[in-house]
Design a binder for this molecule. Structure first.
Ligand SMILES: [Zn+2]
Length: 127
């Protein structure tokens, strides 16, 4: 890392990410890309966001007819991915929950995932 240390206010990314760049306002390239791809959702009115979500769910269910799963949800055992999995089930989707031990697994995370999957039923158990 030859760049001087830098971290900006929009997110917690800093120069420890080797390919990070900041624009004149201090927004990193990760945030810029995210906002370009999802800004139409973030800035939409709640009703419009709900319409987009409903359309996504309908498309996923339609495209997965005859298949066991409607979508794939990566789960780490943390609250964010757990919430996404619960929400997918609440929306009527049949998610395949995927967890990969990247060397940072904790027993708590594994326990959380097991409890979550069991609590949601056996929908996430591959045959
Ligand atoms: Zn950022």
């Amino acid at each position: 890392m030859n760049k001087p240390y830098q971290m900006r206010t929009r997110c917690v990314m800093d120069t420890s990410a080797g390919d990070i760049q900041f624009d004149a306002q201090g927004v990193c390239n990760y945030c810029t890309t995210f906002l370009q791809k999802s800004g139409h959702i973030i800035h939409a009115e709640p009703a419009a966001r709900r319409q987009q979500l409903d359309a996504f769910v309908a498309r996923a269910r339609h495209e997965s007819q005859g298949k066991r799963y409607d979508c794939i949800v990566g789960v780490s055992g943390g609250v964010d991915s757990s919430w996404v999995l619960v929400r997918a089930v609440e929306l009527g989707l049949r998610p395949l929950a995927v967890h990969i031990d990247n060397g940072w697994n904790s027993e708590l995370a594994q326990s959380n995932i097991a409890n979550l999957v069991q609590g949601l039923g056996s929908i996430c158990t591959p045959t």
